[in-house]
Design a protein around this ligand. Sequence first.
Ligand code: ADP
Length: 484
Amino acid sequence: PLSLLNDPTLLKTDALINGHWVKGASRFDVHDPATGKKLADVANLGPADASAAIDAANAAWPAWRNKTGKERSIILRKWFDLLMAHQEDLGRIMTAEQGKPFAEAKGEVVYGASFVEWFAEEAKRVNGETLPQFDNNRRLMVLKQPIGVCAAITPWNFPLAMITRKVAPALAAGCPVVIKPAELPPLTALAAAELAIRAGIPDGVLNILTADSDNSIAIGKVFCSSDIVRHISFTGSTEVGRILMAQSAPSIKKLALELGGNAPFIVFDDADIDSAVEGAMASKYRNAGQTCVCANRIYVQDAVYDEFVQKFAAKVKALKVGNGFEDGVTQGPLIEDAAVDKVERHVQDALHKGGKLITGGHKLTGQFFEPTVIADARADMLCAREETFGPFAPVFRFHKDQEAIDAANNTEFGLASYFYSRDIGRIYRVSEALEYGMVGINVGIIASEHVPFGGVKQSGLGREGSSHGMDEYVEMKYLCLGDI
Ligand code: ADP
């Protein structure tokens, strides 16, 4: 698939440090999850390279922070234009290395680029404050200044958007960045970096350290222990988030963590069922169920349970599984064998505990799994507690509203949640009762560059996107001017 690129020079396999493409002491293979075939071998960098990149970023910092917001804005805007101009090629690289259907991959390019456009605009609006004095002899101000060298560690499910959501606000604020992209699909990140260079991002301001999983752990340690790195933004599992937080304790580092979810999707008896089915399809089966905001547990009220299950299953049966480059395919492969095993474990566990198989249920060849619906799901099933991260939807039945709210909140996670109702009182009551950072009401897709994306409880710290997304990357400095 990569031989079809309009611009073959976007296919980079070396890492980027201080404006130079670096081969690394060793290499690691990247595979197409749909075919298992090798796509490329990529630079496998280690801790010494990480230190070099951090030093390069630190050296590049003064010149970058001394540019005006407008100067940084112009460069970011150019990067946005280039990402959009190469949407087709970036989508192609993404589908090849990550597996999502080509149309979805091109959609992610638009979504990923939108953060660059948004923060290009925000770069000009990092406003400070003047405060009323507590003594007439003084004047009080708050400056907002870039925090310093930022590190980013990103996951494989959104190979572009998870990078731009962190890098764009950091660069806009005047911070240089060192990125350790996910090891399974690193090629999209490298192509985006090539476009950043073409947009005029100076040497050292954006560095990309590709690495295999062992070296990723070693590089993570360097990020956490470095006194130069002032901020780490991580998206990935709660388990790794916890490790990074512990490792960062000695240097008291500021952290932004976007971790696991266990999203409830509640359908009340007054809901528009067709709309709820459509929302559940989008929320559950996008990216083959591999997003941290995918509906993980579907709760449906008695009176509409059978109708929902029947209509939902009909749509799930119509999904087309296959290679993301084939026409009409809506479900690509899962990212790796371990992901397939996890879905199978959750499905088997649900069936053993009395779940009723409505459709799917089986592993297919390679890294594919049938889109699956199981009814009569119960709270003691694995799928009620753990994020499945795959194309399996368990449907739970509930009677009273409070039961659904209690079940929804009965998890250590608190990222996205969804519910369907037309009753305005219920909408307010349920929205306020859900212990989640985000609530979708009568809608299954909620992410956008306009909104603060993030979770509560063990789903993480901080928010990405919106004007608040910039807060991570600036420090407030209070100035007290006396003797007026
Ligand atoms: P997922 O469950 O999405 O695969 P992970 O949390 O395992 O997420 O990985 C997300 C990112 O974190 C990847 O870039 C991976 O290389 C990196 N990573 C995994 N373990 C560590 C670690 N101990 N320290 C630093 N980075 C890590």
